[in-house]
Design a protein around this ligand. Sequence first.
Ligand code: FES
Length: 211
Amino acid sequence: MPKSYEGQEIIVSFEPKKCIHSRKCAQNAPDIFNVSADGDWIQPDNGDVQQSINVANTCPSGAITYKLKNHAANPDIKINTLHVWENGPLALRGNLDIANQQASQNATLCRCGLSRKKPFCDGAHLKGGFQATGDANSIESEPLEQTGGQVHIKPLENGPLYVTGNLEICAGSGRLIKRVTKTALCRCGKSNNKPFCDGAHKATGFSAEGA
Ligand code: FES
């Protein structure tokens, strides 16, 4: 369960199980996100509201989120994107529905097959020595008719992440790999066509719950 920290104008929430310790919060707004504080480590009123919003928007795992107290909802994201991290997870930013749950707007999903918090990354790729390029070749694709809207990510039992919705898949550098409205992404770590599934999960006996 996320824990919430209330300021005058904004509520900042933190969900520990999603955190991948990128440390962007402490680096970008150390007065608000003070990891060595006694007591509450998030103090929204120790900086301006926009600082908290920026940190939430750039928190790759979606562990930090925000809600403005006098707004009904946060603005939708105009372009859904997925960045493939070198030797690491799939970093999504968009209007996300992951495993039939309204997710935050950011999430890092396991693609090494080792996380104990699947479909989310828990950092196991580091200990496991996962190696996979974040720089897959670009594939010709037509511009999407729409770039926003909801993206649904359904982890299939013992198989890939099945994606439906408008999504731009990018290398870690930001270069476009492919625009999709439907695809299957490898989460077993064994595909020879990463970040896409090539069916290798069957031969390797990948085991993971579906949703
Ligand atoms: S999930 Fe990895 S090849 Fe299908």
